[in-house]
Design a protein around this ligand. Structure first.
Ligand code: FAD
Length: 322
């Protein structure tokens, strides 16, 4: 059995889908009679976030703010203090901007093993085995962390079915006021990404476009379809680099990771770096003029044809049946 600490990410005082996945992962990794504890940061005096675990530690300090605006240095100090106190065997982080800075620093301070951007994690007889993409997403590597070694893991969304939402049975405050040092770095401002509708990372349906669309105009149609389906708009890096759509929509190795029930890809070839961001989608439907495009190898359904015929017809059919 292991003690697993989940660093939760919250939105509107509830656990994000990524955090619910981490909690599900933690239960698997803890093993029989293992222990799952969760920690969140909160700004002083704010309502405590709700997370479905037995024990929730709230790190309540002005230097931390809510989880989106916590300064990274303060968060590193706070999580280090909590980890030294609780001595978890495994610390799980979601894949987000804060974790990309805080998780490796925490691993260094705890002299722990660090596995980033994992797409899978399991408990075996010999230790914890994690899977992560390597060589630009062209291969997957498995690493074993033996029992007895502390490890810090950041997990990509889509690796586990999310745990059901709920509230913590026991919420405790953990005082970090003595642990946060004056680092000298100051958070000047946080710019909230403007995304009308559902967040790309949380969407159950993603409608995505690539270079095959030929320009920015078709993205309006894709946006229309995404709205009709209550989904979110995605794109390949080629389309973003061309300036046809903002980079905040980019899916892939250097973009966002999505794990929707349905991923509709129009004019996307299926390069490994793109698929690294959407391969955990339950169903991929591809529309591409090239019948040999590699995306058809990942797609459950495919149309070998031009987007300009398929997309308007698809939109009109959805309008007819909804
Ligand atoms: C380190 C690194 C990181 C990267 N990170 C990412 C990333 O995060 N995300 C990402 O997407 N890419 C990433 N890339 C780039 C990636 O390798 C590909 O270049 C990119 O995904 C290609 O985008 P695309 O499929 O839109 O374009 P293309 O590969 O050019 O494919 C366009 C497709 O459209 C089809 N097509 C053409 N006309 C039509 C039509 N009328 N109707 C329908 N289909 C049509 C073509 O047959 C073709 O298959 C990265 C690359 C590197 C090296």
């Amino acid at each position: 059995m292991s003690n697993v600490l989940v660093i939760a990410e919250t939105i509107s005082h509830g656990a994000t889908p990524a955090t619910l996945e981490l909690i599900a992962a933690a239960k698997v990794l803890a093993g029989d009679n293992g222990n799952v504890i969760t920690a969140v940061t909160a700004s002083s005096g704010s309502d405590h976030p709700q997370v479905p675990v037995d024990t929730l530690y709230v790190l309540d300090n002005d230097a931390l703010g809510d989880s989106d605006s916590a300064t990274f240095d303060a968060a590193t100090d706070a999580f280090t203090a909590l980890s030294i106190n609780l001595k978890p065997d495994i610390i799980l982080f979601p894949r987000d901007d804060r974790s990309s800075v805080v998780a490796p620093r925490l691993a260094f301070r705890l002299n722990a093993a660090f596995a980033r951007e994992c797409t899978g994690a399991e408990r075996t007889a010999d230790g914890i085995v994690v899977t992560r993409p390597v060589y630009g997403g062209n291969a997957n590597a498995r690493f074993r962390i033996p029992f007895g070694a502390t490890c810090v893991i950041t997990l990509r969304p889509g690796a586990f079915e999310p745990a059901a939402n709920g509230t913590a049975s026991d919420t405790r405050n953990f005082d970090v006021s003595e642990s946060i040092r004056n680092s000298g770095s100051v958070l000047l401002r946080t710019v909230q990404e403007q995304q009308p509708g559902v967040r790309l990372e949380d969407a159950e349906i993603v409608v995505s476009g690539g270079r095959g669309l030929g320009g920015p105009e078709p993205f309006k149609l894709l946006g229309e379809l995404a709205e009709l389906l209550d989904g979110a708009l995605g794109a390949s890096r080629a389309a973003c680099d061309a300036g046809w759509i903002d980079h905040s929509h980019q899916v892939g190795l250097t973009g966002k990771t999505v794990s929707p029930k349905l991923y509709l890809a129009f004019g996307i070839s299926g390069a490994s770096q793109h698929m690294a961001g959407c391969s955990s989608a339950r169903n991929i439907v591809a529309v591409n003029t090239d019948p040999d495009a590699s995306i058809f190898g990942d797609a459950r359904f495919g149309v070998a044809g031009g987007w300009s015929k398929v997309l308007p017809a698809f939109i009109s059919t959805i309008r007819d049946i909804s």
